[in-house]
Design a protein around this ligand. Structure first.
Ligand code: FAD
Ligand code: FES
Length: 259
């Protein structure tokens, strides 16, 4: 499959399902197939909706020329996106950014918070297709939408361990509380995406145990294509752009005290 970046206008909506209040899974059919890797994202623009900047969304899944995004309604664009129906069109640029690297690890711990579930679903799918890698998936969430996320993992044969802040599903509390139940955690690498406070806590735990980590970071994007530096974060190698050198960064590279 070619790996060039593609700018597609008139991408067709195949479905746009509300899986839980404010949470949608949308399927998009692109004119051609371009290979994307877990952790990469697309930039989306609605047609005829007065949208100034494109908006970034992680790729939740790709099967040939069908891309899926899992999104939560937050503001104007996501609200308008939720109104699209089968047969409607929009415009996207993908794949963008760097995906999770091939680590060669035999045990991988995926830890998601909120809609950070989306890129890790794609990563879990890639690992499920490659034999011999043991995958554990910890999902943290503020509430019961996590049950819908769990259902999305079932076709992959990946079992989820859940923590919710309100205790409505799984263990009550934050997702990092689940680490103590994994006795062989030092044998894993951790790939995680979610709120930055969660990522900081994970890095601090992992660093103290010598566990390798990869994080997907979110920041407010302007161009999303590497031109404006509006998304830059501080790292031990100076400023790096989340949209270009990221969004996946190795934990040891990030200047955590500055983000
Ligand atoms: C690399 C990357 C991948 C992303 N992947 C996904 C994804 O898979 N699914 C998904 O639902 N969202 C994802 N996002 C966030 C998504 O881009 C925003 O939800 C979207 O831009 C909101 O647009 P809006 O016009 O609806 O809301 P806006 O009007 O832009 O924002 C509404 C409110 O939400 C807040 N907000 C905006 N973006 C974020 C954010 N990233 N985190 C927390 N609060 C935010 C704003 O500060 C504001 O208060 C991703 C962001 C990045 C940078
Ligand atoms: S958003 Fe413009 S460089 Fe990243």
């Amino acid at each position: 499959m070619p790996t060039v970046k593609k700018d597609f206008t008139n991408v067709q909506v195949l479905f746009n399902n509300e899986i839980y209040p404010y949470h949608y899974l949308i399927g998009l059919k692109t004119p051609n197939q371009v290979c994307s890797y877990p952790g990469q994202f697309l930039q989306l623009r609605l047609l005829d909706k007065n949208q100034f900047l494109r908006k970034p969304f992680s790729i939740f899944d790709q099967e040939s020329n069908v891309l899926k995004i899992l999104y939560k309604i937050r503001g104007h664009v996501t609200k308008e996106l939720s109104t699209l129906k089968e047969g409607d069109s929009l415009d996207i640029i993908y794949p963008l950014g760097q995906g999770f690297p091939a680590s060669g690890a035999r045990k991988v711990l995926l830890v998601s918070g909120g809609t950070g579930f989306a890129p890790l679903h794609f990563l879990a799918k890639r690992y499920a297709d490659s034999s011999g890698v043991e995958v554990k998936f910890l999902i943290g969430s503020s509430g019961a939408e996590v049950l819908e996320f769990e259902k999305l993992l079932k076709p992959l044969g990946v079992k989820a361990i859940i923590a919710t802040e309100d205790g409505s599903v799984g263990k009550k509390g934050v997702v990092t509380n689940l680490f103590k139940d994994i006795s062989d955690i030092k044998e894993y690498i951790i790939c995680s995406t979610g709120p930055v406070e969660m990522l900081k806590e994970i890095y601090s735990f992992a660093h103290s145990k010598g566990i390798k980590t990869y994080f997907s970071l979110e920041s407010h994007f302007a161009c999303g294509l590497g031109f404006c530096w509006g998304c830059a974060i501080e790292t031990k190698n100076g400023s790096l752009r989340v949209c270009k050198e990221g969004p996946i960064f190795e934990g040891d590279l990030i200047a955590w005290e500055k983000i």
